[in-house]
Write a protein that binds this ligand. Structure first.
Ligand code: AMP
Length: 286
């Protein structure tokens, strides 16, 4: 496994990779969710590139950029074991050198859900991912359904800016008890960790109602609110039922609905989602 820092090193190493090349962008502190993307990439591609970069421009002024967990040595061991060919660990000077002033903005679908709560977040995400795509020139890029809106925003960017690559979306990886894996789960204390099951519990409730024939988004929302009412340690910031492509609110579910949420457990903000109308093996299992 080759490890590079600068753009020049990356470009040279890229020329030695067999095609097709798959890219898995990450912010490090890797867990089984990230490694599932690596596995997807290994199945689909001859070479796998992973980037590790905690991107400052996607954090708001009062968010956890400085405190975001980092352990690059451990990450590199995991990636070596996972059979990755090339890891790019750029520094801030490589990504945003002095005088940097170009940003990529996707307009409408970044205004809702996460974008409504974190107004500068997606501008940072699209900018860094565009830079990663330009530098690595992957044939395929792998992202997790865990960040459902991020996937929709990046697919829009790929279409609009004619990036010549295929976006591959991989399912959410959960702990056995249902909690979606996240680098931020490390912030939770024992009680918050138990209480955090309310996210997957409420999503399961939504799926049960949908499976039983309920199509009224307000009724499903109310049932989810009731699940949250029983968990005083959790404060939901939003719960939304939207069209999975446009991300616009829906009242009556015709075919599919993206149910997504952001929830505070103390100071830790967790997100989770499911798509009603599509199988979701990690939530449907008894
Ligand atoms: P991050 O390091 O948080 O920026 O995540 C890097 C990639 O891993 C993104 O495409 C995420 O959607 C994906 N990811 C994070 N958590 C999970 C999870 N629990 N299951 C599947 N993919 C995930």
């Amino acid at each position: 496994m080759k490890i590079v820092k600068t753009l020049e090193e990356l470009r040279t190493a890229r020329t030695h990779l067999n095609a097709p090349v798959g890219l898995v962008p990450t912010m490090g502190f890797l867990h089984a969710g990230h490694l599932s993307l690596v596995q997807c990439a290994r199945q689909d591609c001859a070479s796998v590139v992973v980037s590790i970069y905690v991107n400052p421009t996607q954090f708001g002024p009062n968010e956890d950029f400085a405190a975001y967990p980092r352990d690059v040595d451990r990450d590199l061991d995991l990636l070596r074991d996972a059979g990755v060919n090339l890891v790019w660990v750029p520094t801030e000077e490589v990504m945003y050198p002095h005088g940097y002033q170009t940003f990529v903005t996707v307009e409408e679908i970044t205004q809702v859900l996460e974008g409504a709560m974190r107004p500068t977040h997606f501008r940072g995400v699209t900018t860094i991912v565009a830079k990663l795509f330009n530098a690595v020139q992957p044939d395929k890029a792998f992202f997790g359904q865990k960040d459902a809106q991020q996937v929709a925003v990046l697919q829009q960017m790929v279409r609009d800016l004619n990036f010549n690559l295929e976006m591959v979306v991989c399912p959410i990886v959960r702990e056995k008890d249902g909690l979606a894996l996240s680098s931020r789960n490390i912030y939770l204390d024992v009680d918050q960790r138990k209480a955090a099951l309310v996210l997957s519990r409420s999503l399961r409730k939504a799926r049960e109602l949908f499976a039983a024939g309920e199509r009224d988004a307000i009724k499903i929302h109310q049932a989810m609110d009731a699940v949250f009412a029983d968990e005083p340690l959790a404060r939901s910031q939003y719960i939304s039922l939207v069209d999975p492509k446009t991300l616009l609110d829906i009242e009556k579910i015709e075919t599919e609905a993206l149910v997504s949420m952001a929830v505070y457990m103390g100071k830790t903000r967790l997100i989770d989602n499911t798509i009603l109308g599509k199988p979701d093996l990690t939530l449907d299992q008894p």
